[in-house]
Write a protein that binds this ligand. Sequence first.
Ligand SMILES: [Ca+2]
Ligand SMILES: [Ca+2]
Length: 79
Amino acid sequence: MKKVMIIAGFLLAPWVAAAGRSVSFHEADANKDGAVTRKEAASFAFVARGFDDADANHNGLLELHEFLYIQSSEPAQRE
Ligand SMILES: [Ca+2]
Ligand SMILES: [Ca+2]
């Protein structure tokens, strides 16, 4: 039984990582125009969650420095 749990944990690890802050700005910026739109952010839960807070100039786009703010302010890292 313990073995099964270890295997399950191993298989789930990539999913947990994907839900965290593992995405880079360039991955999130799907069309590589230098900004992450709300639509692009929707593919990454933590980016979508922090979008409004991070969009400091309220232009509906996340520029690199705003994206980095999300990565640095994700609650999982603050704890
Ligand atoms: Ca973009
Ligand atoms: Ca912005």
